[in-house]
Ligand binder design. Structure first.
Ligand code: ADP
Ligand code: MG
Length: 255
């Protein structure tokens, strides 16, 4: 972001996500160990770490695509428990974009965008179409509205996936390696959309190894390894002065 000081000011004291002493197991496998994280509204957090370190599992716990077994996760003042009403409410607040775009292949681009607003939010179709077109313009592909996902490039499909999430008017956006499945020449068109979203003040958690993006957009970088948060810092400090040997090793491998 151009003016780091101004960007930092846009972060409100209001807490968007709070994770307290959270643990998760897959069967006997202890995948997340004592995760503690507070995300204030407007923060842009990049999560990095080796493959298998638990990054996807952690962000999937935030909208309950995975269930944690110990500790607390509180999103927008709602605690994630088995209460289905809470889960539905949190999923309405939290948008998620995956590595593999997960678009519905048999629906057009615009229909992908309007499905949830119409069926979950009970929005009239005309209004949903208008909002859908608005967000397709924002991700710069309004002319693709009537095509099917299979007719689009990977970068275009990922931008549709972002527009589709935004149509639900989320307060928080989670990204899980949104550019990892893309050909190199398409990465920047997706990152540009994410930069725009960050500049609009969206609270964002992004799992990514795009360190240029992290430097430009993140106000905090978190490094995970072995199911733990090993280190976190503002980007300049994180990259220039990593504290733990594991962070140093990771950065030496990817930079
Ligand atoms: P990352 O996103 O950092 O690569 P993941 O959160 O995907 O890591 O996975 C963390 C660990 O949990 C890995 O060892 C992975 O094999 C394991 N794992 C992920 N999903 C499952 C699952 N559904 N069942 C069992 N083990 C899983
Ligand atoms: Mg992952």
């Amino acid at each position: 972001m151009s003016d780091a000081a101004a960007a930092a000011l846009s972060i409100s004291d209001e807490v968007a996500i709070q994770i307290i002493g959270m643990h998760k197991w897959y069967g006997d496998f202890h995948v997340l160990k004592d995760i503690n994280l507070t995300v204030n509204r407007g923060e842009r957090i990049v999560i990095c770490g080796p493959s298998g370190s638990g990054k996807s599992t952690m962000i999937r716990c935030i909208n309950r695509l995975e269930e944690h077994q110990r500790g607390k996760i509180i999103v927008d003042d709602i605690e994630l428990t088995n209460d289905l009403k809470n889960i539905a409410e949190i999923r309405r607040e939290v948008g998620m974009v995956f590595q593999h775009f997960n678009l519905f292949p048999h629906l057009t681009v615009l229909e992908n965008c309007t499905l949830a607003p119409i069926w979950v939010r009970k929005m009239p179709k005309k209004e949903a179409d208008e909002i859908g077109m608005q967000y397709l313009e924002r991700v710069k592909i309004p002319e693709q509205a009537d095509k099917y996902p299979g007719q689009l490039s990977g970068g275009q499909q990922q931008r549709v996936a972002i527009a589709r999430s935004l149509c639900m008017n989320p307060r928080i956006m989670l990204f899980d390696e949104p550019t990892s499945a893309l050909d190199p020449e398409m990465i920047s068109e997706v990152l540009d959309v994410m930069v725009g979203l960050a500049e609009s003040g969206m609270t964002m958690l992004c799992v990514t190894h795009e360190m240029g993006f992290a430097r430009k957009v993140a106000n905090r970088v978190i490094f995970m390894d072995g199911g733990e948060i090993i280190e976190e810092n503002e980007p300049e400090e994180f990259f220039n002065n990593p504290q733990s040997a594991r962070t140093q090793l990771f950065l030496s491998q990817i930079l």
